[in-house]
Ligand binder design. Structure first.
Ligand code: ARG
Length: 471
């Protein structure tokens, strides 16, 4: 075995150095290096608390503080050298501190363990990420509201079972996704609330042998509360599971929107046109203009849900308190943070360049029996019981299909063959705008409801911007 140039901070209890293989296998610095700035902030708060509690005298506190600040500067500049031999971000920084300011640097870890240290770093990191995700989602809602407002008067077919159902305002359709995203924001706010509880100061598992002031550290680090049980604290990753669920569900919403747009963008539908800037070509087929971005958004859903299950599986069957398995949380968490942000912002950008093809939409509405429910309701207006009206309309459609006709090809006499309740005014039914205006029920596609939706969502956006979680 090679003689390591650096010994681990915990090496004294061992007779011989660890194997190269162990170093490679157990290190987490290649991942948790991302937490470096949070680690410094956490250490500064812990240090100040130790000073206030007179655990470290003020002169030494200043020295350690200067050392940490200098390390922080080196990390920002990119001149700090993180080494695998030092296992993780916490030990890399602590070792550098001792190297810089001498043995007094070793006092920093008084009344602290890496178990509460990694917990506080990760919670701080995730709180910032969630705040960023919520502002990206706010921008996405804003974009959906813009698209809805612009296309409020465009009438499109709505679908159930991917079969044409009833005409709706395009605005109403786009807002349906804004509401899903609004629920995602509520989920992420809850994830934030769960992360917003300070774990620092519980030590390795049992608490620490010093009087400490955890509320002071919470205040310093921007946490609303402090955790109440040390054993639970060092192994709690529930807030991450909640976050990964929120991210998975949000990704599923993006994926469903992506799927709609992929379908509407096909030659067969042709309802929308994606901008050149957001489509790709084929290396062999010159005719292709592919919706790869949307396909990748849809595809990333697998990864996002897998991350949730990966963490749940790490947690399953763990014995009480900290176990090294928990180090596996970070690659999962970081991956979901990175991709959810990219997916939200690329979807927002793409929606900004979306064009609706009104002619194709109109043509598609005309070729189908999308006003069938309105026709049945017309008969209901003539006192025909709905169930009967439904059946009469069904018979008309069957006949039309046989004769290759649509509703508007039929004369009044032909309508009356199916029911004497039909009168002159039946022609009025075949007006898409009228159909939409008649949907005055709360939450329907009636334009006053669509406008109400837009106003509520605009207020939501304003509120979210005013109360941004990013400090
Ligand atoms: N790198 C570790 C992690 O990410 C830090 C905590 C290590 N604690 C321990 N007792 N080995 O979980």
């Amino acid at each position: 075995m090679k003689n390591r140039k650096q010994k681990n901070l915990w090496a004294s209890r061992f007779d011989s150095p660890v194997s190269e293989k162990l170093i490679d296998f157990t290190e987490s610095i290649s991942t948790d290096v991302r937490l470096a700035s949070y680690d410094i902030r956490g250490s500064l708060a812990h240090l100040e608390m130790l000073g206030r509690m007179r655990i470290i005298p003020s002169g030494e506190q200043q020295k350690i503080r200067q050392g940490l600040i200098r390390i922080g500067q080196e990390i920002r500049k990119g001149s700090f050298r993180f080494e695998k031999d030092n296992e993780d971000v916490h030990m890399n920084i602590e070792k550098a501190l001792i190297r810089k300011i001498g043995p007094v640097g070793g006092k920093l870890h008084t009344a602290r363990s890496r178990n509460d240290q990694v917990a506080v770093d990760t919670k701080m990191y995730l709180k910032d990420e969630i705040a960023d995700i919520i502002s990206l989602l706010t921008a996405l809602i804003e974009r959906l509201v813009q698209v809805a407002e612009k296309n409020k008067n465009v009438i499109i077919p709505s679908y159930t079972h991917l079969q044409q159902a009833q005409p709706v305002s395009a605005g109403h359709y786009f807002l349906s996704y804004a509401w899903q995203i609004k629920r995602d924001i509520v989920n992420f706010q809850e994830s934030f609330r769960q992360a917003d509880v300070l774990p620092l100061g519980v030590g390795a598992v049992a608490g620490v042998n010093y009087p400490n002031d955890r509320r002071f550290m919470a205040e310093k680090l921007g946490f609303s509360e402090v955790t109440e049980n040390s054993i639970d604290t060092v192994s709690d990753r529930d807030y991450q599971a909640h976050f990964l669920f929120s991210a998975s569900l949000c990704q599923i919403h993006l994926s469903r929107l992506a799927e709609d747009l992929i379908i509407y963008n096909t030659t067969e539908f042709g309802y929308i046109e994606l901008d050149d800037a957001f489509t790709t070509g084929s290396s062999i087929m010159p005719n292709k203009k592919n919706p790869d971005i949307l396909e990748l958004i849809r595809g990333k859903t697998g990864r996002m849900s897998a991350n949730l299950f990966a963490l749940l599986t790490v947690l399953k069957g763990l014995p009480s308190a900290y176990n090294r398995d928990l180090q596996e949380d970070k690659p999962i968490l970081f991956d979901s943070c990175d991709w959810i942000k990219k997916n939200i912002s690329v979807m927002t950008a793409l929606l900004g360049h979306l064009k609706l093809n009104r002619e194709r939409l109109q043509d598609s509405l005309d070729r189908n029996f999308i006003l069938a429910t309105d026709l049945a309701d017309y008969l209901v207006g003539k006192k025909v019981p709905f169930r009967e009206a439904h059946s009469i309309t069904g018979n008309i459609i069957k006949d039309c299909i046989r004769k290759k006709k649509i509703f508007t090809d039929l004369s009044l006499a032909e309508f009356r063959k199916f029911s004497k309740a039909f009168g002159e005014d039946v022609g009025k039914v075949f007006d898409y705008s009228r159909s939409i205006q008649k949907k005055s029920s709360t939450g329907g596609t009636g334009l006053s409801e669509v406008s109400k939706n837009i106003n509520v969502l605009k207020k939501t956006i304003k509120g979210l911007r005013k109360n941004s979680l990013r400090k």
